[in-house]
Write a protein that binds this ligand. Sequence first.
Ligand code: ARG
Length: 493
Amino acid sequence: MRKDVVRHGRLSGERSGAMMKYLSSMPADRYIADADILVDIAHVLMLSEQKIIDRAIAQQLMSALLEMHDEGIPDEVFDDRFEDVHAGIESLLVEACGADCGGRLHIGRSRNDEVATCIRIRLREDILHQMGGLLRLREVLAGIAAQHTETAMPGFTHLQHAQPTTPAHHMLAYEQAFSRDFDRLRDAYVRVNLCPLGAAAFASTGYPIDRKFTADLLGFDGLMTNTMDAAATRDFALEVLADCTISMTNISRLCEELVLWSSSFVRFVHLDDAFCSTSSIMPQKKNPDVAEIMRAKTGSVLGSLAAAMTIVKGLPMSYNRDLQELTPHLWRGMGDAKESVDLLTTMLASATFDTERMAEEAGKGFSTATDLADALVRAYDIPFRTAHSIVGRAVQKGSLTVAALDAAAEEVGAGFSLRGKGLTQAQVDKALSVAGSLSLRKAPGGPAPVATRKALAGRKKQLDADSALLDAWCAKVAKAEKRLIGAARRLVS
Ligand code: ARG
């Protein structure tokens, strides 16, 4: 049986399967295994470059590493008897290259800096994926907005009909929210993409290592300078989980609206059947399950953040094994957020909007009463509060005729007659028109069609800029990996 290379010197006695399983990080380590090979390759190149190991040793190690890179990591690496993937890979290398050669891989490093580097490499990939997902989601929202700048729908506060708006305005509101989610991940990426390698256990190493060399090879933008911090911190993971949690709250609010809007008493949206399920007893049912599960995932992602925060909060410097328990929460939270964004995008792209139903509801519940109060202010130079009271009282009585408004003016003690001031029913009706209300709201960011068209043009520019940044970052990472593997192949050829 292949022994765990890390353990057998200092410790004796077999550990039970149950204990090994309890201590193992293997299930989550599958997620960083490919990154670990890249880290090993960069490390060997550096050791050779710095003449810390002989070229012949480096070549032998590199051949074995390239084989794992090219052919895939053998399943034995993930065997339960190894504490983690790092021990598994090193054990297999020792077997493949012999103890004299394989035993030199771990010179000048520790699993502490190794795992931190692997997590950052994997996480940056996830962040880039998620930034791409958010971009596509924003594009779909902008596309829906572009089709509906003129479509009226009710806007709500307190879930009561409030003022008319348009689906364009509504979708652009979410686009802005997801744009901030994109920005938060962009900001986090800058702190994630720094290299802890060379920190070793925490106090670096006495070998003449070149930290910048490995950081560059691995596509990092710089170093995690202080080696104790480099090995000990997981605040980058907390930050990304917090960003995912915030993003999920935005996703959840949109899902809540999709659930509401697809309900038979609202009928603003029809979700594609693929995103719905039916009932085992009620044959007529079409339930928006995907939106519901997505709304619930917000709680799960927050749970991952809460777990991760709690795991680190009491830890002294520097590495503590507790940190291992945090990593699965990172992948779980990140994974839920990634899947949610991708599914939400297809759910929205395949949804259809019932513009007739929206228009039907847009003027309900006296939703243009504010416009009438505004019209009275503009026409007669009366205080807004007086106009608000008159219209409010008329709504209470259930009628917005000139007669009703005048009766209301008297009841609230306005001290003037609107008919006396020359108010006509035509003026009232004009003020109450939904299309009129919308066209007046052309302040920047408002729902007037001219304002949303302008906003859309601005958002398209922002989407292009964000997309260009993302492409550049993805290209930099891909280029670094290509260069790294190229250098590895040159060493062995
Ligand atoms: N599996 C460990 C983790 O995920 C790797 C580092 C182990 N370090 C140690 N000193 N035991 O954190």
